[in-house]
Design a protein around this ligand. Structure first.
Ligand code: NAD
Length: 457
């Protein structure tokens, strides 16, 4: 290894240093890309059955480390127990889902007089964020490997312990040398090398819109294919015929998902003027029930934010909301009572938010929600769609046909009705500045394939 920069890893619940990581540098990235390039020709020729067997081995190897992944997600990231448990299980399931998709996929199709063959695009660079380390690494890897692409992964520099456990598990699966490479390092350093190196054919990135744009610009020179899963500022439309006893707790849990550090968090909650007072009353009561604290305790709903910078960012947005004239109905600045240490923040809800306020336009990436009031359903749809982003929206209604009519009008890659449930066979990705391309299922597989048309005359 060539990199020498060492950074500390801090447990966000205790602020104690729990480890150090030596970051890779550009030369490490170049070596990893070269290893993947050497592996690509043979790996790209493997059969469907061979790759299904590899995916099954990866699933078993990651499954064997589920508890370790969960514990690292709690210790290093501050993920609350139930969320950390979900992520750790999801990490291994990704490989099983990709194996099923691969099994059913036709790589060769007849289209008119042509035979169309789907071929692996080449070496794939996978870049992941800190808010879902094991899940993002495994889901991207699963689709890339199913397609026959050798890979180089650059995880977030904030997640080295989670990355180490996943890397050990992947190594234990015994895939051919060079097919899976992982380089820890900074985005501006190893990430830039990945976006500009001609050895990378495709980048699958998950992270912020700002970084996604710079990867796309940098990749244009070598015409890299890009899939970008980016920022969200999702709207939750609660229709007047919704059962508020079910809808309000579900909307809050979608908003506060993953300690509020989730791209799919429903952070703009839209209620009608007619039922506004009732909605606020329920919001106040529900937020009061949320337990913030030790993420190791299964009764905890919300752990700390990932680091000091995130803590400061959230405080800034709470102050900004107040300056802009929104009113607090829950939470506010500072740490929750009884938690003097750790990057804990209060679950915060603003009322009287206008959609042109910063707190309604920018992704806060913490547990700070906005309640916006609509006059009628056209107004609700207008407000929901008045955003640069369009990742995942939510609709609550007791009438399925009504909910579907509203869902059809929302500009979002995914619309959840009456709750939240992951569907791994279906595409996931963003409209507008929430991204380009789709992950999961057939769409996720095809993101790593190139179509070749062969016509015989
Ligand atoms: P980020 O954009 O700061 O970083 C993401 C990754 O990109 C990290 O590994 C980082 O090191 C790397 N990176 C940074 N600069 C780079 C560069 N110039 N070239 C290549 N790589 C570079 O995002 P983050 O703070 O880690 O994650 C939070 C963001 O991710 C939020 O905006 C969130 O909405 C988004 N996110 C989106 C999804 C989705 O599926 N749409 C899922 C999770 C997170």
């Amino acid at each position: 290894m060539q990199g020498t920069e060492v950074i500390e890893t801090i447990n966000p619940a205790t602020e104690q240093v729990i480890g150090t990581v030596t970051l890779g540098n550009q030369e490490d990235m170049r070596r990893a890309i070269a290893a993947a390039q050497r592996a690509q020709p043979a790996f790209g020729r493997t059969t469907k059955l061979e790759r299904i067997a590899m995916l099954k081995r990866l699933q078993a190897a990651v499954l064997a480390r589920t508890d370790d992944i969960r514990d690292a997600t709690i210790e290093e990231y501050g993920g609350a127990f139930s969320r950390a448990q979900w992520v750790s299980q999801y990490a291994s399931q990704c490989f099983a889902h990709a194996a099923d998709t691969l099994d059913a996929y036709a790589f060769t199709r007849q289209m008119g007089a042509a035979t169309v063959v789907m071929e692996p695009v080449g070496v794939a660079g996978l870049v992941t964020p800190w808010n879902s380390t094991a899940g993002s690494i495994c889901s991207k890897l699963a689709s890339a490997l199913a397609a026959g692409c050798a890979t180089v992964t650059k995880p977030s520099e904030l997640s080295p312990i989670q990355t180490q456990i996943v890397a050990e598990a992947l190594h234990a699966a015994g895939l051919p040398s060079g097919v899976i490479n992982i380089v820890n390092g900074r985005g501006a350093d190893v990430g830039t090398e990945m976006s500009t190196n001609p050895g990378i054919a495709k980048i699958s990135f998950t992270g912020s819109t700002a970084t996604g744009k710079s990867i796309m610009r940098a990749g244009a020179e070598t015409m890299k294919r890009v899939s970008l899963a980016l920022t969200g500022k999702s709207a939750t439309v609660i229709l007047d015929d919704a059962d508020f006893a079910q809808a309000i707790p579900a909307a809050l849990s979608a908003g506060f998902l993953n300690n509020g550090q989730a791209c799919i968090a429903g952070t703009r909650i839209l209620v009608s003027r007619a039922r506004h007072a009732e909605a606020i009353e329920r919001v106040v009561a529900e937020v009061a029930k949320l337990r913030v604290g030790d993420p190791r305790d299964p009764a905890t709903a919300m752990g700390p934010l990932v680091n000091q910078a995130q803590y400061e960012r959230i405080q800034h947005f709470i102050r900004r909301g107040l300056e802009e004239g929104a009113t607090l109905v829950a939470g506010g600045e500072g740490r929750p009572e009884g938690l003097p240490r750790g990057y804990f923040v209060k679950p915060t809800v603003f009322d009287n938010v206008r959609n042109d306020m910063d707190i309604a336009r920018e992704e806060i990436f913490g547990p700070v929600l906005s309640i916006l009031t609509y006059e009628d359903e056209d107004d609700a749809v207008r407000i929901a769609n008045d955003s640069l982003y369009g990742l995942q929206a939510y609709v609550f209604s007791s009438d399925p046909a009504h909910a579907n009519r509203i869902a059809a009008r929302l500009e979002a890659g995914t619309v959840m009705i009456n709750g939240m449930k992951a569907e791994f066979a279906a595409p996931f990705g963003g409209f507008k500045q929430s991204g380009i391309g789709r992950e999961f299922g057939v769409f996720g597989l095809e993101a790593f394939l190139e179509a070749k048309t062969i016509v015989s005359v």
